[in-house]
Every structure is written in structure tokens, then in C-alpha cells.
Write a protein that binds this ligand. Structure first.
Ligand code: GAL
Length: 418
């Protein structure tokens, strides 16, 4: 009997040792991110669960605040204090800016072993590299220029999904006359900037968007087209409810879900909220590209910091490989509302909104109408982005004329780019 008990105790001890060894076998990562809404939390939970299933130890560091400005402030404080997280949700130019500081770890051994270059659109592969070395792994491809609608609300005014801004304004006017909020919106700088860039693409087209919001060309910034962009933004300002100021983006999505508003103009992370609430695309909500040609790209990636701890170094490699794996790319993006960054992931399990995104992405790459999101830190340095957000938010929250907004923007950008 004693022997029996001892062998049982021995087996448990061995088991514990094995499991703890197994846990350490896959390392430990602390991940700083801002995915805290319903759909976002579900998606990041897929990454956490997948990493822990491989025996890793996941330390979660969520910083609430849509769009990530609060998270980026927290990140800077952590790095300045010499205590960076193992990994962080980071975008485009931010990856380059942190890599220039020499604080990002490269995961090129994993990337070359797994041929990431053959699995990613070239534009994305370039964004994830610094000096030719991968320092980040992309989790998704979000599209910013989406229009979300409640079909029952549109039916109340006998309206269809608009395909031009004039059609959008006409439906919005009918909703307003019926006493329904046409546009659900959260009055925060990044959300105002999201509306601005979607209108800039829709009104000006991809070439104008690139010249004005990426190349910061003064002629484009001071053009009549930019005046027309602010004119349409002024129309949108007239379609939001009195309590829009400060509202979180996912609460605006809920206004569409519950029929309080007809539309939301927001990236397809909004689809993650509809899905998390059990809503069915095409039945409970509608998705359509916002009026205009092109595709505004916003890809979330996880960048890796140089850390001394060997278990964390190991954890980074395991996490990088996991992020690019087809299973994770499918499960994460099904929940997040985006489409896989890894082009080899089949789209069979994705809904028609995601299928549309994939088709439109390929068409945009082909026709050179794929543009990087300024509002979501894919296009310009944070300092320049900050000038766009300041001018657009001031315009949205005042009676500033479009002409004054154009002049203020051009001057601010000219100063910031120096
Ligand atoms: C974006 C981010 C998305 C989404 C959104 C709202 O910048 O890329 O993943 O979370 O913010 O927080």
C-alpha cells in the first residue's frame, strides 16, 4: 500500500515536473496590446490559448483604448524605464521607429525557416522588416473603408446600401427626417481621422489619398479636392447624435446593432463586435465597402523587443511561428473581423464580408489602389499623424470652414514633416 502511495506521489511529482518543464520548454511572453472590446478580446484570447496550448506562459498586458494611442503611451513609458514587454501590438512606421532605436529583436531565423516571404503580400512583408530582417509578425489584414448598416433601419426609410457619397447623404437625410440617427460615431481623434481618411479616399481617389496623406504633398493638401473632403466630413458631422463625443467605437457599433443608428463607418474590427454578439452578416447587419475605389490597409502585427531573459527569447520565437501558422491565422481572424495576413490560409470558413475584403485586396494590389491607413498608423510617423488628428478633430468639433481646415492642415503638416 505504502509502495502504491509512494508510486502515486512519484508519478504526480514527475507529472508536475514534466508539465512545468514543458511550460518552460515553450518560454514566456508578456504581450502589451489594446484589444479589450468584445470581439478584440475574443480574438486575442485565441492567441493566448494557442500559445498556452503549446506549453508557453502568457502574461497579458491589455491597455484599454480603441485605436491604440493609450497603449503606445504606455509602451514608451515601459521602454524608457528599461522594462519593455516581450512583445507588443505595433503597426507600420511604429515598427521602423522602434527598430531604429535598436530595441527590437529579429525573428528572421523563424521567418526564413518558414518562408514568410512566400506567404505574405510584398507590401506587408516590407512593413514587418527593418534592415531586411523580420522584427514583427502580422496577425491580420484589416480594411478601414467599410460601411456597416442595420437592414431593418434602412427598410424603415425604404433605402438600400449606398454606393456613392451622394447616395449616402440622401439615405442619411431620410433617416434624419424619420428621427433616426444616421451615423453612429465615437468622438475621439482616431475615429474622426478614420472618417476623414475614408472620405479622402472616396472623394479624391487612391492617387489623391497617397499624395495628400502619405507623401504629404502641399498641392494635394491645399487642393479643391481636399476642400471637398472636408465638405463631406462636415455633412457626416451633421449625421451624428448629440452624445457622440468621447464614445468608444464599439459602443457606436452597438447603436447600429440595436437599431439606434443606421450606419457606422469603421474598420472591420467592427464586424468582430457584430459576430461576438451572435449577429449574422447579410441578415442582422450589412457590410459594404465605403463609397469610392481602393482599399485602406491596416495590419496589426506583434513586434518583439530585445529581452535578456532566455525563456522570453525562446517565447518570442515560439510566438512568432504561432502567429504565422494557418490554424491561428484562421481562428484569430474569424473572431477579429479581419482576413489572414498569411495568404496560404483558405477562405472557405470566412463570411461574405471577409471574402469581399480578400477579393478587393487582390484587386487593389493589382490596380495600385491599395493605400495605407494614416489614422491607424500605417502611413506616416506618429508626429505627422498627430497633426492630422488635431486638425480633423478640431474641424469636427467646431464650425471651422473647409477652407480654413485645409489651410490649417497644410501648415501643420508642413511644420511637422521638417
Ligand atoms: C486599430 C487596430 C484594430 C482595432 C482598432 C480598434 O488600430 O488595428 O485591431 O483593434 O484599432 O481598437
Amino acid at each position: 500500500m505504502a509502495y502504491g502511495r509512494l508510486s502515486l506521489v512519484g508519478a504526480c511529482a514527475a507529472g508536475l515536473l514534466l508539465s512545468s518543464t514543458a511550460a518552460f520548454a515553450q518560454g514566456e511572453v508578456e504581450v502589451l496590446h489594446w484589444w479589450t472590446s468584445g470581439g478584440e478580446a475574443k480574438a486575442v484570447g485565441e492567441l493566448k490559448d494557442a500559445y498556452e496550448a503549446q506549453g508557453g506562459t502568457w502574461v497579458d498586458s491589455p491597455i484599454a483604448g480603441g485605436g491604440g494611442d493609450a497603449a503606445m503611451t504606455a509602451l514608451r513609458a515601459r521602454v524608457v524605464a528599461g522594462d519593455p514587454p516581450t512583445a507588443v501590438q505595433l503597426k507600420g512606421p511604429g515598427i521602423q521607429e522602434w527598430a531604429e532605436q535598436g530595441v527590437l529583436a529579429d525573428v528572421s531565423d523563424v521567418a526564413s525557416e518558414e518562408n514568410w516571404d512566400d506567404k505574405l503580400p510584398a507590401v506587408l512583408a516590407d512593413i514587418m522588416k527593418y534592415d531586411g530582417e523580420y522584427v514583427a509578425a502580422p496577425v491580420n489584414i484589416h480594411r478601414v473603408d467599410w460601411l456597416w448598416a442595420n437592414p431593418e433601419v434602412l427598410a424603415k426609410v425604404d433605402a438600400e446600401m449606398p454606393t456613392t457619397w451622394d447616395e449616402f447623404n440622401a439615405v442619411a437625410d431620410k433617416l434624419q427626417e424619420a428621427g433616426i440617427t444616421p451615423l453612429a460615431h465615437g468622438g475621439q481623434p482616431w475615429q474622426d481621422a478614420t472618417l476623414f481618411e475614408v472620405v479622402a479616399l472616396g472623394v479624391g481617389g487612391p492617387d489623391f489619398y497617397r499624395k495628400a496623406l502619405v507623401e504629404l504633398d502641399q498641392d494635394a493638401l491645399t487642393s479643391d479636392t481636399m476642400v471637398a473632403v472636408f465638405d463631406q466630413l462636415r455633412k457626416l458631422r451633421g449625421y451624428v447624435d448629440p452624445n457622440f463625443s468621447g464614445r468608444e467605437w464599439n459602443l457606436a457599433t452597438q447603436m447600429v446593432m440595436n437599431g439606434e443608428a443606421g450606419f457606422q463607418i469603421m474598420g472591420d474590427w467592427a464586424k468582430g463586435e457584430f459576430l461576438a454578439a451572435g449577429q449574422v452578416p447579410g441578415e442582422d447587419f450589412l457590410c459594404a465597402a465605403a463609397p469610392g475605389d481602393g482599399f485602406i490597409l491596416n495590419s496589426d502585427s506583434i513586434a518583439f523587443f530585445k529581452v535578456r531573459d532566455e525563456e522570453q527569447q525562446k517565447g518570442e520565437k515560439v510566438l512568432a511561428s504561432l502567429i504565422m501558422s494557418p490554424d491561428f491565422q484562421e481562428s484569430f481572424n474569424l473572431a477579429k473581423g479581419s482576413i489572414p495576413a498569411n495568404e496560404n490560409v483558405p477562405m472557405d470558413d470566412f463570411d461574405h464580408c471577409a471574402q469581399t475584403s480578400k477579393e478587393d485586396l487582390e484587386a487593389a494590389i493589382e490596380s495600385d489602389s491599395l493605400v495605407p491607413s494614416m489614422a491607424h498608423e500605417m502611413a506616416v510617423p506618429r508626429s505627422v499623424r498627430g497633426e492630422f488628428l488635431d486638425v480633423v478633430t478640431n474641424f469636427f468639433n467646431s464650425d471651422m470652414s473647409s477652407e480654413d481646415a485645409v489651410q490649417t492642415l497644410a501648415t501643420s503638416i508642413d511644420r511637422a514633416r521638417l
